[in-house]
Design a protein around this ligand. Structure first.
Ligand code: 13P
Length: 249
């Protein structure tokens, strides 16, 4: 069985004091929640403070991005060794990074390899935009993104990855994919994974992301191929995020 994983992607929100206040509240709110893996992904500036505050709790920490080199003259970048000991997970290829910062399937793949080489776990984000969705291209887009992201991974590496299916039209819009539509896409993605890694496709966790909230989480999470959620806006409120975690437990 796959343990569900709920991760909060805070994006570019929360100063260090605000981040500490949020995780303090969250640690209290999720006490007693079990059977689910929980993680928060604050901005880089708050990672150390949040990791320190959450040490010894059941909430893990993730980064929202990473560069693929170990170190060097790469002004402004954060590398995998810098994240070791601080985080468990790294979100890679979020649609905002693909759209606003020029990330491609190739750069996503480099980051996935770099993260795995440093014993961190990638959350590989995929998903079609509105135009692609309306043109019936969802399957082709996620196939390309999954094949690109998983390129060159061993089966043992592939099984540790988490995939986040986030249809771009559902992100931050309040327009959640229906549970049936989200399930269909996640089952399709598992089929693509099965072609890559027949042995481990059933072990890989696939999250849904896009306007997940405390009200719609339970039904989304009850779908057979949805193994968790990547939560944006609702992860900035402790009570909302805790309710989503509880719905997965
Ligand atoms: P929202 O939950 O705000 O729609 O954001 C989803 C997301 O992009 C998580 O990575």
């Amino acid at each position: 069985m796959r343990t569900p994983i709920i991760a909060g992607n805070w994006k570019a929100f929360k100063t260090i004091p605000e981040a500490l206040a949020l995780v303090g509240e969250l640690a209290d709110s999720v006490r007693g929640v079990s059977g689910v893996e929980m993680a928060v992904c604050p901005p880089f500036t708050a990672l150390a403070a949040v990791a320190e505050r959450l040490r010894g709790t059941s909430i893990k920490v993730g980064a929202q991005n990473v560069y693929w080199e170990k170190q060097g003259a790469y002004t402004g970048e954060i590398t995998p060794p810098m994240l070791q000991g601080l985080v468990d997970y790294v979100i890679i290829g979020h649609s905002e990074r693909r759209k606003l910062f020029g990330e491609t399937d190739e750069t996503v793949n480099k980051k996935v390899h770099a993260v795995l080489a440093h014993n961190l776990l990638p959350i590989i984000a995929v998903g079609e935009n509105l135009d692609e969705n309306e043109a019936g291209k969802t399957g082709a887009v996620v196939t390309r993104q999954i094949r690109g992201g998983f390129q060159g991974l061993s089966a043992d590496q592939a099984r540790t990855c988490v995939v986040a299916y986030e249809p771009v039209w559902a992100i931050g819009t309040g327009e959640t994919a229906t549970p049936a539509v989200a399930q269909q896409a996640c089952a399709y993605i598992r089929g693509v994974l099965r072609e890559i890694s027949p042995v481990y496709a059933d072990a890989i966790r696939i999250q849904y992301g896009g306007s997940v909230n405390a009200e719609n989480a339970a039904e989304l999470l009850s779908q057979p191929d949805i193994d968790g959620a990547l939560v944006g806006g609702a992860s900035l409120k402790a009570d909302q995020f805790a309710a989503i975690c509880a719905a997965a437990g």
